[in-house]
Write a protein that binds this ligand. Sequence first.
Ligand SMILES: NC(=O)c1ccc[n+]([C@@H]2O[C@H](COP(=O)([O-])OP(=O)(O)OC[C@H]3O[C@@H](n4cnc5c(N)ncnc54)[C@H](OP(=O)(O)O)[C@@H]3O)[C@@H](O)[C@H]2O)c1
Length: 272
Amino acid sequence: MRYLKGKKIGIIGLGNMGRAILNGLVSSGAVGRTSVIGFDNDPAKCADVRKKYSILISKSILELVTHCDSVIFAVKPQNINEVLKEASFYGKDRLHISIAAGITTRRIEKALGGKPRVVRVMPNTPALVGEGISALCKGRYASRSDLKTADEIFSSVGEVVELNERYFDLVTALSGSGPAYFFYLKEALIEAAVRLGMDRKTAKRLVLKTALGSARLLLESGHEPGLLRQHVTSKGGTTERAIAVFEKAKIKETVARAVRAAVRRSKELSRG
Ligand SMILES: NC(=O)c1ccc[n+]([C@@H]2O[C@H](COP(=O)([O-])OP(=O)(O)OC[C@H]3O[C@@H](n4cnc5c(N)ncnc54)[C@H](OP(=O)(O)O)[C@@H]3O)[C@@H](O)[C@H]2O)c1
């Protein structure tokens, strides 16, 4: 952890993602507990995090930014302005890392004023179990070493990919919202099995292991999904019948339309 060595990291917002990052940082040993400082509006969340992770909790955003080399903004997009305003009151020579969906590096730079170092990240919820994938890009004034710092932070909760910011609406629609699409398909499969008479617990077990096994097979074989699908689809068999129903319903086109709708929504949110 070359870039995190000796650095103090602040996390503003200790909700789902803030806690996932904190958990990854501390449990992977990327940094020591004394190197992370947290803050949240909600005193109950602060108390809970202090108890569970034994990290320092600051009394305010100002106190946090005063003591940190890197600050992660893990609040909802609708709360980012108030947080940036408070963070801008104290010198800006630290690294600012935002995970807020749809908030561009330009917007953060403008809100902070001057030439702040900003890195934007789009993680996803599998980060909660260390299996996330995060896209990273840097603002105008951040350096390569700032990107490396963010890379080390988010590598503690999964994989990291560096991408040009122009792809961020697509990343948001693909891997940011993506876990929900897979949950939706699993929901549908479980409901189909229950309707056909199976108990929910067994259906869930069958569907989840099938999903996990399929993902591992894809990753470990390195094959394209289409090829692996063909391997399961023998001529005149059961899979072929099911896929024919998907094709008739134009599922691929529906998925493409859904991703386009999410991209459009991300662009709308970016405009504020
Ligand atoms: N969840 C995802 O799938 C996902 C994926 C990628 C990116 N993100 C991004 O991650 C960010 C956080 O999402 P989340 O799901 O972790 O949200 P969350 O669970 O609601 O957590 C945000 C936390 O920030 C607190 N907060 C609000 N205003 C604050 C302030 N002024 N100062 C300090 N703390 C404040 C909230 O407290 P209150 O509840 O009291 O308001 C809450 O505890 C969002 O910007 C989202 O776009 C989320």
